[in-house]
Design a binder for this molecule. Structure first.
Ligand code: AMP
Length: 406
């Protein structure tokens, strides 16, 4: 679909042309029609995907009618840099329209911002703290507000702004359109989204080319003490005949290998304490298939090219999210697909957040009833509200459905 086919007004198309955008980006393709239709939107996308134009262009289209200036659109962002950047984009895309825009953020003199607000703006970009200051001074009225945009909600959370955001939202008209963007969807973010959005369209954009495309990724939340049993369960259930398991330390690799051996698996450990000869032999046996499970540390796995690895298991997440991408690149090398499974204990949730931020998409989470983790219980309940539309559920009932599917 082209920008023209989306039915955007000529003055907006002109600004898009002036920027030399030829075709809409994936998030624009999905967000623009939804916003034009008046729907609430959750966009799971990060900077660089074109999300700013994704919400700005249809909002500008809607603003062509109506009394100006009166505050009709509020865009909340976490940082002053982002505020300035989003404001600049709005000015650029709205350059052929008669609109007043304003931006307010902390750390600078408040007087000039007060003047701008008192003269009236159609669109206001703001960081939460400074906006609350202006609200306390009576500088803003929301009685004509039509659209609220929350950008980079996950960074709002990281920076402790969620209470401020909630406070602001309390003062907004209930009848409004809300657009909500976040690179990741932590439980607190989902909760907030659930509270403030009405039947949202869910849009999820993965960054292109960041992970091997044939790899199916899934995360199993589990208590650390149950990981070994869950791994054994999955090896059987998923028929993992050629699996590479990653641990963070050599000690853990040895320990886990011994435990699996005790359960009758053909297994070996691979790490830098092993002699070169032993490593070559182990790899050869793994290649031939006489070893079913290879337990390895990161270092051992860099550049490892074994054909036909059916599964990569992160027994523990790596320290750096980049290593996750390297690890799961070990599967799906020759074949079209492979599975990358991560066992996540409650204290590894931050690692997952970093990984999801890096790869630009959510990894589905699956809980198996008998391995249900008490440490993860809190974050489970609100999730199911946010299944994307058209997701085909199904599967055995003891499996909780993945939250997001790609
Ligand atoms: P954003 O994700 O909104 O920060 O945008 C990332 C960059 O993509 C910005 O430099 C935009 O100017 C650019 N951009 C946005 N939409 C398009 C498009 N349809 N075609 C080409 N570049 C775009």
């Amino acid at each position: 679909m082209t920008f023209e086919e989306m039915g955007l007004a000529p003055e907006i198309l002109r600004a898009v042309k002036a920027k030399n955008y030829e075709t809409p980006t994936p998030i624009q393709e999905q967000a623009i029609p939804a916003v034009l239709e008046g729907k609430d939107v959750i966009g799971c996308a990060q900077t660089g995907t074109g999300k700013t134009a994704g919400f700005t262009l249809p909002i500008l289209h809607k603003l062509r009618e109506g009394r100006s200036p009166s505050l009709r659109v509020l865009v909340l962002v976490p940082t002053r840099e982002l505020a300035a950047q989003v404001h600049e984009s709005i000015r650029t895309y709205g350059r052929y329209m008669r609109l007043k825009t304003g931006v307010v953020f902390g750390g600078v003199n408040i007087e000039r911002q007060t003047m701008t607000l008192r003269h009236g703006v159609d669109i206001l970009v703001a960081t939460p703290g400074r906006l609350l200051d202006h609200m306390r001074q009576g500088n803003v009225s929301y009685k004509n507000l039509e659209v609220l945009v929350i950008d980079e909600a996950d960074r709002m959370l990281d920076m402790g702004f969620i209470p401020d955001v909630r406070m602001i939202i309390k003062h907004l008209p209930v009848q409004r359109q809300t657009l909500f963007f976040s690179a990741t969807m932590a439980p607190e973010i989902q909760k907030l989204a659930h509270e403030i959005l009405k039947q949202p369209v869910v849009i999820q954009i993965a960054r292109q080319g960041s992970t091997a495309s044939g790899v199916r990724q899934v995360v199993y939340p589990v208590d650390a003490s149950r990981k070994r049993d869950l791994l054994l369960h999955l090896i059987e259930k998923e028929k993992m005949d050629h699996v590479l398991v990653f641990t963070r330390t050599k000690h853990r690799a040895d320990h886990l290998a011994r435990q699996l051996e005790g359960k009758g698996k053909r297994v070996a450990a691979l790490h830098s304490n092993k002699s070169q000869g032993a490593r070559t032999r182990t790899l050869e046996e793994f290649r031939r298939g006489s070893i079913q499970v290879l337990v390895a540390t990161n270092i051992a796995a860099r550049g490892l090219d074994v054909k036909g690895i059916s599964h990569v298991v992160n027994y523990e997440f790596p320290d750096s999210p980049e290593d996750y991408v390297h690890r799961i690149g070990r599967t799906a090398r020759a074949e079209a697909t492979g599975d990358a499974i991560s066992l996540m204990s409650p204290n590894e949730r931050g690692n997952l957040r970093d990984i999801e931020r890096l790869i630009g998409s959510k990894i589905p989470q699956v809980t198996i009833t008998e391995f249900k983790s008490h440490g993860h219980v809190q974050e489970e309940s609100p999730r199911r509200e946010f299944r994307p539309r058209h997701q085909n559920g199904g599967g055995p009932s003891k499996w909780r459905r993945p939250v997001f599917e790609r």
